[in-house]
Design a protein around this ligand. Structure first.
Ligand code: DGY
Length: 429
């Protein structure tokens, strides 16, 4: 077991070693590029010991923004042969090569935290002037392109967009996507034990969707009408909602006026008025929905609990979610398993089908604290702390044994430790 000072130092060194010159890879080998939500979370860690570097992380992320406002899920700044599928498969045609989907937009919430905590106020002013127009465009993109019929619930076109790639919530929707029939070689299972990664059947369909976007020239209207995978992802919806509220607040704090700010305010209201269509009364839980079949994805995954983080839960719903979350948190040795341990889909070591992810623990703990359940928030935080003390900075953790899974020396786990878990006052450079 490492002591607190060692853990802080190891976390900082993890970020420094994963720095490829302004952006941080999640881990070397397995993920050798800049990932969208990884980078945002990682900036929270940099903030604790190098504020300028934290803002630079975002600068590199914004550098890959598309003209339509989208910030892609992966930016291929430099070539690497340790990852598949790379830019050629995605058919990237932008200045910064990238994928053609996005990822959970936690960025504005992170920027709000950075704005509030940054000690170098001159740097904040400079970065706000630079980034705020881009950040607003990113959010407008989500609502314009992913909710063109103004339902209040954006859609996602790929499980990778959810960040929760092989969540059992996607099983039925993904099964309807045709598999690719060409041969390919995965790289992930050369780095990581296959028992901790998605199955080939899922990859065949992940790749079909990647080609579908490319074959249709990334045409938003066409994809909205014809994509064979279209899901109202409760995780994205919740993270977007919280981030849009943070962005509106940030605009006020930073004294930034955007002509379309009211559109964001309107979309916040719209989501609030439609979120209950994802509440399944019979099981008293929020689920994602397969928008193509209009059926809820009824597997209890931790994404449903992000509604608390988003402030989308009514008092009576919170009263039901609290005891559910308590029994969920104690059904595995450590909390919070990404799939409910009593579900027949639960696999405690396989990527998004059961293991614990510390950045999600952080969001869920924030949500429970906001709804006055400090005990549950503390349980999630203490378990997360035990996991890093016992195992170190892995990508995710086996919910029963606590073993580290996926990539090691992982940026967002180290960043969450620096930001949330370790008693670690900020130091300015
Ligand atoms: C992967 O390659 O496993 C990533 O999660 C895709 O974003």
């Amino acid at each position: 077991m490492n002591n607190q000072t060692d853990l802080i130092e190891i976390a900082k060194q993890t970020l420094i070693k994963n720095d490829l010159g302004g952006y941080t890879v999640p881990t070397h080998g397995l993920y050798p590029f800049q990932w969208n939500w990884d980078s945002a979370i990682t900036a929270l860690g940099w903030m604790k010991f190098d504020e300028a570097r934290a803002w630079q992380e975002l600068e590199l992320l914004f550098s890959g923004q598309w003209d339509n406002g989208m910030i892609p899920h992966v930016l291929f700044h430099k070539e690497s042969d340790t990852y598949f599928p790379g830019p050629d498969v995605w058919g990237s045609d932008k200045k910064v090569k990238s994928t053609s989907i996005s990822q959970p937009p936690v960025l504005a919430s992170v920027m709000k935290i950075m704005f509030d905590s940054c000690q170098d106020r001159a740097l904040v002013d400079q970065k706000m002037a630079e980034f705020m127009p881009k950040l607003v465009e990113y959010h407008l993109w989500w609502y314009r392109e992913r909710d063109p019929e103004q339902t209040g619930l954006v859609v996602s076109y790929h499980p990778w967009e959810s960040g929760m790639d092989n969540s059992p919530a996607w099983d039925d929707a993904l099964a309807a996507v045709p598999p690719v029939t060409w041969q390919y070689t995965r790289c992930d299972t050369t780095h990581i034990n296959a028992s901790e990664r998605p199955h080939k059947e899922e990859y065949d369909r992940f790749l079909y969707l990647v080609e579908f976007f490319k074959n249709h020239n990334f045409d938003s209207n066409y994809i909205y009408q014809h994509c064979p995978y279209k899901v109202n992802d409760i995780g994205i919806i919740a993270i977007l909602h919280k981030a849009t509220k943070d962005l509106i607040e940030l605009c006020k704090l930073a004294n930034y006026a955007h002509p379309e700010l009211q559109t964001l305010v309107d979309n916040v209201k719209l989501t609030e008025s439609s979120i209950n269509t994802l509440w399944y009364a019979e099981e008293q839980y929020f689920y994602s929905r397969n928008a193509l079949t209009d059926t809820l994805c009824k597997v209890k995954t931790n994404a449903g609990l992000l509604t608390l983080y988003a402030g989308l839960v009514s008092p009576s719903q919170a009263a039901v979610l609290k005891p559910l979350a308590k029994s969920w948190a104690t059904a595995s040795t450590y909390s919070m398993a990404s799939t409910h341990p009593k579900s027949d889909k639960y696999e405690p070591q396989r990527y998004w089908r059961g293991p614990i992810w510390l950045h999600i623990n952080w969001m869920i703990a924030e949500g429970f604290a906001d709804y006055d359940d400090i005990e549950l928030a503390d349980m999630l935080k203490n378990d997360a702390k035990h996991l890093i003390e016992k195992t170190g900075y892995y990508e995710y953790f086996h919910a029963d044994s606590g073993a580290g899974c996926g990539g090691g020396a992982f940026s967002w786990t180290a960043a969450i430790a620096l930001y949330w878990l370790l008693d670690n006052p900020a130091v300015t450079k």
